[in-house]
Structure formats: structure tokens, C-alpha cells
Design a protein around this ligand. Structure first.
Ligand code: FES
Length: 470
């Protein structure tokens, strides 16, 4: 994310950055590199302490250490700490050639991806990524909905403006297809979010919406499947061919919320679970997104790998799943989740430890996903696709060992299936309507939270043990 700063003469950037939440892992001693920023505009001289830590190539590319950086005038910087992995997708897909350009947008709760596509060749011409600017008003969909209720229209304008800026330079577009979860759909389209703020979380306005905007082409937000299961999952179904395959297939999307789809061309069931944000680092004492300083994998003996090769600042979802699997194997955690050390902590690095509370949060999140899958279909799918960034980086053996994924089915990461599905729909205009109508007609949304069987399965699925479907 870009930050615009207006330092006074000779002023340290660290004062201004500290106020925005940037952390200085070594206390500003210029020896850890954890406060790296890249100067996008303005003058920030490279100093001798910076050259001790950064390579000549990095200095030439504009990287500086914020803790010892000074500037006399306005500067724009990108903060490395806030860099998260944003998945795009460029796999070639079926195409009905037509002239012109189009675009697809994956409007995520956390991240945004805009792809411009050549409609004649299917080639991806450009990709723009950014963080969702609504995030500062709440990390999860519920807090965004509450904010919009108290500040009507505010989040709608914010996201339309950011996406519009990301489309600048794309040239005229024949059409723009947008996918996202139900809350993102309502916030973008300016629909009433009140029905999504309470049980049973069912909105009457789930359909596709064409929005008139001052954009380079007409924008259509694709329809939702029900509850909080949005058009990102609908596009995921298209990308994996789940709606046209005779084989029983499952699709997991684990992010700030958890969504599950199971079925085939004969019928599809989908649900969202309040899996909580543990897999994105939320409610974990040292949790963070998968950016620089995050422990992203843990191996035998609790040996940790940290993104960016800097001192660990926290742990992201894939690291958490690994750490708990390894700690279980070493007897540091019992199947019921109890930490066996005297102080109920599991140190991973000098800076980062797991607490008993962290293990409980993970149990809630993984229990909700496993119970949701069992409720939607007690039989093993032939294949289970894992969507999203988490699915790309998670180690399957660890996820199975702690009972997040079932044992014995073929698991395949599918990357940004939402973006790919949207691109397939963009590039096959003659069959789009018919395919979507059929997909919606064979798909049933299941409300899990109010089902007493789900509560029983949820409690049972919280144990940190592997499971198989019958
Ligand atoms: S805080 Fe700047 S290098 Fe460590």
C-alpha cells in the first residue's frame, strides 16, 4: 500500500511512519531490515547504515531503512511490512474471440486484483493488485457491515474510487466482471447491508448488479450463491468445472471467512462457516498476514522459516497450521488442544510463541471447516480444491494431521479460482447466461449455524486429530 508523507525539513520518516502503525523490530538500530520502505517519489538519501543492511541493487531500486531515513519534502513510500501475497491467475482458458478489451476484478475482503484481458486472444494484458482500502474500517465482513450501517455509503464510495483508479490506463473496455463475497457485493453495489447484519444473514438482493460508473466500460457484479457465499465462490465453481463434472468434487476457500462447496453437475451444496480469521492471523496473539517477518512454515523440531529472511515478527496461517501439527507430534499439545508446557506457551523464535488461546482459536476455525464439510457431504469427494493464497501455501500433510482437511482425498491448490472463473465467463459471452442460470438452479445454500447437528459436529471436529469421510 502506498503512503504519502509530508515530513518537515530534515525530519525522520520514522516519526510519521510510527503513527501509521509501521513497526521497528530492532528498535530503530538499523540492523534488522524489518522497517524497509521503497521510495516511489521524493528524495530520501541512502546513508552508510542503510548500506550495511541493504544491497546496492536494493538501494538502486529505491529501498531504504525507514528507521534512519530523512527527507526534506513530500515522499511516497511502499511499506514492505504491509506487503501481502496477492494471487493473480493467468492460466489460459476457453475463448470465443471478439474484438476489444475487457477486465475482471476479484474484490476480496483483504485484497484487490484487477486484470485487463484481450478479448480476441484471451491474453492477460495487465494486472493491478492492491489492498482493500475498507480494511482500515474493519478486518472482517461483519465489522465492515457495522461501519456501513453507521456511516451509510462511506465504504461504497471508497471501494469504487480505488477500483476505478486501478482501471485507469486500461483503455476502453467492452465489459468489466466483478466477483466477491456477499458483503463486498452489497458494499460495492450500494445495497442495504442490514439483512446481512443479523441471523439468518439472508439478503433479498443477491442477484447480478450492473453499476453505472465513470469507468472505462460497463461493470457487472456477478450474482451470489446465498448467505455469505458470494460470486467469488460461484466463479470458483466455474474455474474448477464443478458444475459440469460428473465426479463429486469439493472446493474450500479459507480466508477471513471459510466457504465450502461440494457437488457435481447433478447438484451442488454450499455454505459459509464462521471459521474466524485465524488462518489470516486474526485473533492469534502474534498472528499476521503472510508478509515480511511472518513465520510461514514450521518443520520438525519447530524449526521456522520466515518470509523475507528478516527476524520473525509473527506467524501467518500456513505457519500456524504447521506449528500446531509439529507441536502435536512432539506431544506439546494434546488432541483436545491443551498445551502441556508449564507456562502454556510454545516458543517458536525468540520473538514469537504460541499461547493456549492461539490453539483454541485455531481449533474453532478448523473445527468449523471440517464440520461444514461433513454436514454438506459425509462422503469423500474425489477431489478437493483449495482456493486462495492460503490454499497455495498450506502444507497438506500438516492440514490433514490436525484435521483441517480430510485424509485420503486428492487435494489440489487452485490459486485464485475466483479470478480465473470470472475470466472464463468474460471470454465465453454466448454461453455465460445459460451456464450461470443452470449453476444457480442446481446450487443449494445451506445455513449451518442454526442446525443443531452442525453444533454437535463442530464440537467433535475441534479435536486436533486427522479424520476421514465415510
Ligand atoms: S527497525 Fe530499521 S533496521 Fe530494524
Amino acid at each position: 500500500m502506498k503512503l504519502d508523507l509530508q515530513p518537515g525539513p530534515g525530519r525522520h520518516l520514522s516519526d510519521l511512519l510510527f503513527a501509521t502503525g509501521v513497526e521497528f523490530p530492532c528498535g530503530g538500530e538499523a540492523n534488522c531490515g524489518g522497517c524497509r520502505v521503497r521510495v516511489l517519489s521524493g528524495q530520501v538519501p541512502a546513508t552508510a547504515p542503510m548500506r550495511q543492511v541493504l544491497s546496492e541493487e536494493e538501494i538502486a531500486a529505491g529501498w531504504r531503512l525507514a528507521c534512519v531515513a530523512e527527507a526534506d519534502g513530500p515522499v511516497s513510500v511502499e511499506v514492505d511490512q504491509w506487503t501481502v501475497r496477492i494471487l493473480s491467475d493467468e492460466q489460459s482458458v476457453a475463448l470465443e474471440p471478439r474484438p476489444g478489451r475487457g477486465a475482471v476484478i476479484d474484490l476480496g475482503t483483504t485484497t484487490l486484483v484487477v486484470q485487463t484481458v484481450d478479448l480476441a486472444t484471451g491474453e492477460v494484458l495487465g494486472v493491478e493488485t492492491d489492498l482493500n482500502p475498507q480494511a482500515r474500517f474493519g478486518a472482517d465482513v461483519m465489522s465492515r457491515i457495522q461501519y456501513q450501517l453507521h456511516h451509510p455509503g462511506s465504504l461504497t464510495g471508497l471501494i469504487r474510487e480505488r477500483l476505478g483508479a486501478m482501471l485507469q490506463g486500461s483503455g476502453p473496455l467492452e465489459e468489466i466482471l466483478i466477483v466477491g463475497n456477499t458483503a463486498m457485493h452489497h458494499l460495492f453495489c450500494g445495497l442495504d447491508v442490514e439483512p446481512l447484519s443479523h441471523v439468518p444473514f439472508e439478503s433479498p438482493t443477491l442477484g447480478a448488479v450492473q453499476v453505472e460508473l465513470d469507468w472505462p466500460g460497463p461493470a457487472i457484479f456477478l450474482p451470489n450463491l446465498g448467505g455469505f457465499v458470494g460470486s467469488d465462490l460461484l466463479a470458483g465453481i466455474v474455474a474448477t468445472g464443478l458444475d459440469t463434472s460428473s465426479h463429486r468434487t469439493a472446493l474450500f476457500d479459507i480466508g477471513t471467512n471459510g466457504e465450502i462447496v461440494v457437488g457435481s453437475s447433478q447438484g451442488i451444496r454450499c455454505a459459509s462457516t464462521a471459521a474466524g480469521p485465524a488462518f489470516e492471523g486474526g485473533r492469534i496473539s502474534k498472528g499476521m498476514r503472510a508478509g515480511a517477518g511472518a513465520i510461514d512454515s514450521v518443520h520438525a523440531g519447530l524449526e521456522c522459516r520466515v518470509i523475507g529472511g528478516v527476524p520473525a515478527r509473527g506467524i501467518c496461517g500456513s505457519g500456524l497450521v504447521d506449528a500446531v501439527a509439529v507441536a502435536r507430534q512432539q506431544g506439546l499439545i494434546l488432541p483436545g488442544g491443551r498445551v502441556t508446557t508449564a507456562d502454556r506457551r510454545i516458543p517458536l523464535t525468540p520473538e514469537v510463541a504460541l499461547t493456549q488461546g492461539d490453539i483454541r482459536e485455531l481449533q474453532l476455525a478448523k473445527g468449523a471447516m471440517a464440520a461444514g464439510l461433513k454436514m454438506l457431504n459425509p462422503h469423500p469427494p474425489e477431489k478437493l480444491y483449495l482456493a486462495g493464497a492460503f490454499g497455495n501455501y498450506i502444507r497438506q500433510s500438516s492440514a490433514c494431521a490436525i484435521g483441517l482437511l480430510p485424509e485420503g482425498c486428492l487435494v489440489e491448490p487452485v490459486g485464485n479460482s475466483a479470478l480465473r472463473g470470472a475470466r472464463i465467463l468474460l471470454l465465453t459471452p454466448s454461453t455465460r447466461r445459460e451456464r450461470l442460470e443452470r449453476l444457480l438452479s442446481i446450487t443449494t445454500h445451506v445455513e449451518l449455524a442454526s442446525d443443531p447437528d452442525f453444533q454437535d459436529l463442530f464440537a467433535e471436529s475441534m479435536t486436533l486429530m486427522s479424520y476421514t469421510l465415510e
